[in-house]
Design a binder for this molecule. Structure first.
Ligand SMILES: C=CC1=C(C)c2cc3[nH]c(cc4nc(cc5[nH]c(cc1n2)c(C)c5CCC(=O)O)C(CCC(=O)O)=C4C)c(C)c3C=C
Ligand SMILES: [Fe+2]
Ligand SMILES: [Fe+2]
Length: 336
């Protein structure tokens, strides 16, 4: 059997160049039902993302989900779309450019590329390009601070799936989590502190993480525990006492029980308990996206205010904050 995806160059063996591959989730090409459908079809067909028997899920996915959700999601994407396109893509490209510039400034000759797990630029196209350019040592940095199987695990699958057919394999490093790395915690704490300096300390800081079915936790996924650890370390660095902050989980999908407490239910509840001034930060997102800009800064703000909340502010993701880019450089430094 012929090996898959072999270009002529793949026979040439080592040529000593190194690369860093930043990986994120991906986003639709356009805020239209058609483009969102294409994106969701790829995303939601990933067995790491939806863990129910394949045949049953394919029936539900194609019979219901992909008929209804693309139009609804496209309307939400339209609310956050800018002249630069999807915020997740725009910010990811800026992160790549900033890391390139920083590593070059530090005297490193390493290549820095961006790939997306779903959609473009695909993991396989970027890996093939690196190979044909003579790169034979790759450090993969999935931009998910807390390891989870649906995100980090799936990013690894995409890399492994492409490399499976290669005759000559590059050296590989894979950074699986950075939820408790001091550089990550201090970048996050500094961005929260900046908000507190401008807007005052809120009654409560809500750390809202992307959710996951609770079942995954019981099956051994460490994500929930890693999220709580990030929060504890950030709270320690900010000197917050218990009661001054809390963890919630957002972006539920489907009818199963997900990790809780749910962010939206919490936003409806807090004002009834006398908490009328909150700041929300989303430490599972390395870049702002639909789930932060529309769901948190949009929907959850409305829920909070509707329930009697008076001050709501969303603290942006670390995006291309220099401390964030510096953290990335430190994470990959041992491998360059
Ligand atoms: C269906 C199950 C899902 C799991 C499990 C899940 C986990 C998970 N996701 C992120 C980060 C992001 N998710 C984003 C969007 C998004 N997520 C799901 C579903 C699951 N995510 C869907 C269906 C969507 C698409 C949007 C929609 O139709 O509602 C995004 C934003 C993408 C964008 O284009 O802006 C990010 C980022 C994490 C960290 C995570 C961890 C458990
Ligand atoms: Fe998600
Ligand atoms: Fe959402």
């Amino acid at each position: 059997m012929a090996l898959k995806g072999l270009s002529k160059q793949q026979g040439h063996g080592p040529r000593g160049k190194k690369a860093v591959l930043l990986l994120n989730l991906g986003t639709p090409d356009a805020p239209t039902p058609k483009a969102v459908r294409r994106y969701l079809a790829e995303f939601l067909s990933d067995p790491r993302v939806v863990e129910i028997p394949k045949l049953l899920w394919q029936l539900i996915l194609h019979g219901i989900v992909l008929r209804v959700r693309p139009a609804k999601s496209a309307a939400l994407y339209q609310q956050i779309w800018t002249e630069q396109g999807s915020p997740l893509m725009d910010i990811s490209l800026r992160q790549r450019d900033a890391l390139r510039a920083l590593l070059a400034e530090q005297g490193s000759e390493v290549r820095v590329e961006l790939a997306m797990r779903y959609g473009q630029p695909s993991v396989s196209s970027v890996l093939q390009q690196l190979h044909s350019d003579g790169v034979d040592a790759i450090t993969v940095l999935p931009l998910y601070p807390q390891y989870s199987a649906p995100t980090t695990g799936s990013a690894f699958d995409a890399v492994a799936k492409e490399l499976m057919g290669w005759r000559y394999l590059p050296s590989l490093n894979f950074i699986n989590s950075y939820h408790d790395r001091p550089e990550f915690i201090s970048a996050l704490a500094a961005s929260i502190r900046r908000d507190f300096e401008v807007n005052g300390k809120p009654q409560k800081l809500v750390l809202s993480y992307h959710g996951m079915p609770e079942r995954n936790l019981h099956l051994g996924d460490p994500y929930y525990c890693l999220c709580l650890k990030t929060s504890r370390l950030v709270a320690e660095e900010l000197g917050l006492q218990e009661g001054e902050y809390m963890n919630t989980f957002q972006s539920r999908f489907g009818k199963a029980k997900w990790l809780g407490p749910y962010t939206d239910a919490t936003m409806a509840q807090l004002p009834t308990e006398g908490v009328k001034d909150v700041a929300v930060v989303c430490p599972a997102f390395s870049a702002d996206c639909l789930e932060t800009l529309e769901e948190i800064a949009g929907q959850n703000r409305e829920i909070f205010e509707h329930a009697g909340g008076e001050r709501f502010r969303y603290i942006p993701a670390l995006n291309d904050d220099p401390a964030h880019i510096d953290m990335m450089a430190k994470l990959v430094a041992p491998y360059l």
